[in-house]
Design a protein around this ligand. Structure first.
Ligand code: PLP
Length: 354
């Protein structure tokens, strides 16, 4: 057995996917399964596809290249870099865009390859990450884009609860839908996709607040962790432990809770403070900040408390646990979204997908 490792339960991922695909289907919404948190591992992506997603989506073109064998359309989520347009038109069927210069470069690349690249134009409803902000700028851009060869505008999209934490509501999403209708009339084009955001938009469906006109969502966190991200509520009939981290115990000793001697800086340049709780049972695991952010760990044993650690060591308090841990045993954790991202990206964490 190799530690530390992250274990992924494909049946749980498939189950979560079909729960969310069915919820969205009720509202005639298609789902793009977002694969970036697990670096587009193809086995996990396959569980998405078996669970019924209509598209696969990722922010990085390297990840979409890994997914090239899947037959369903692939979406590049991060605005393309001009330096990567050749790869974008080859490996992404659709990309999200908000810059005419980039779209011109995509046009040139797709013309060169004799293909048509589809784009979804992004409109910012106030979260202040990507997308056109002023209607007149969007209209002006569309006029230029319609003149380009090898490019087809197939939709309008938005992104919320990312930078600004803005909650999707009928009001802001309604503005997106109205804008899409206006564009269709003004330019006599069909916008097949109205993409109403990410896992944060799900709270509207869960509470049966239907948003007419939105027919597409891009879901990552809700599938991998079974929660909506506007308020962080768990979603019924999903698992929150499809991804689990296991670390091996390398030391168990009773020690005081306050260090002995003059306190200076810790390994990361911060001056630590301590509460005296007497002698406690301290457990050290062989995992550190190079593998994981300690804030992202949720011990499965609720008698375990995370004290801290350094690059390669995680220090736990096991005094209140009912388990009689021994050196060489493993301690298991659920993870936050950031934790899954970091562990899946770390070369030191073994991936066990089953
Ligand atoms: C990451 C991402 C998503 C998915 O967000 P979740 O909160 O994980 O559902 C959707 N859209 C864009 C543009 C993204 O970058």
């Amino acid at each position: 057995m190799f530690y530390p490792r992250i274990e992924v339960d494909l049946n749980k991922i498939k189950h979560n996917t079909s729960t969310l695909v069915n919820l969205c289907k009720k509202y005639k919404i298609k789902v793009a399964g977002v694969t970036k948190v697990f670096c587009a591992d193809t086995e996990i992506a396959k569980a998405y596809v078996e669970g019924g997603v209509d598209y696969l989506a990722d922010s990085r073109i390297e990840n979409l290249i890994k997914l090239k064998e899947f037959k369903i359309p692939k979406i590049l989520l991060r605005l393309p870099m001009i330096s990567e347009v050749e790869k974008v038109v080859e490996y992404a069927d659709i990309s999200l865009n908000s810059e005419v210069d980039t779209i011109k470069a995509l046009s040139k690349a797709s013309k060169g390859k004799g293909v048509t690249h589809k784009i979804i134009l992004m409109y910012d409803l106030g979260d202040l990450r990507e997308g056109y902000f002023k209607e007149e700028d969007l209209f002006e851009a569309i006029e230029e884009i319609l003149k380009l060869e090898g490019i087809e505008i197939i939709g309008l999209g938005t992104n919320l609860t990312c930078y600004g934490g803005v909650i999707p509501r009928g009001e802001n999403l309604g503005r997106l839908v109205n804008l899409a209708n206006k564009i269709e009339k003004e330019y006599n084009i069909n916008l097949d996709i109205i993409s109403g955001g990410n896992s944060s938009t799900l709270h509207l469906l869960i509470n049966d607040k239907k948003i007419d006109g939105i027919n597409h969502l891009r879901l990552g966190e809700s599938i991998v962790l079974g929660r909506e991200t506007a308020f962080g509520n768990r979603i019924e009939n999903t698992y929150d432990d499809a991804f689990q981290l296991a670390a091996e115990i390398i030391e168990i000793k009773d020690k005081p809770s306050v260090p002995i001697g003059e306190i200076g800086m810790d390994a990361f340049g911060k001056t630590p403070t301590f509460v005296d709780r007497g002698v406690r049972k301290r457990i050290i695991c062989a995992i550190g900040k190079q593998d994981i952010d300690f804030d992202s760990l949720i011990p499965l044993d609720d008698g375990i408390e995370i004290l801290g650690g350094s690059s390669d060591h995680l220090i736990l308090d096991g005094t209140d646990s009912k388990v009689d841990y021994k050196v060489g045993d493993e301690i298991r954790f659920k993870l936050t979204y950031g934790g899954i991202l970091r562990a899946m990206t770390s070369a030191y964490v073994k991936k066990v997908i089953k």
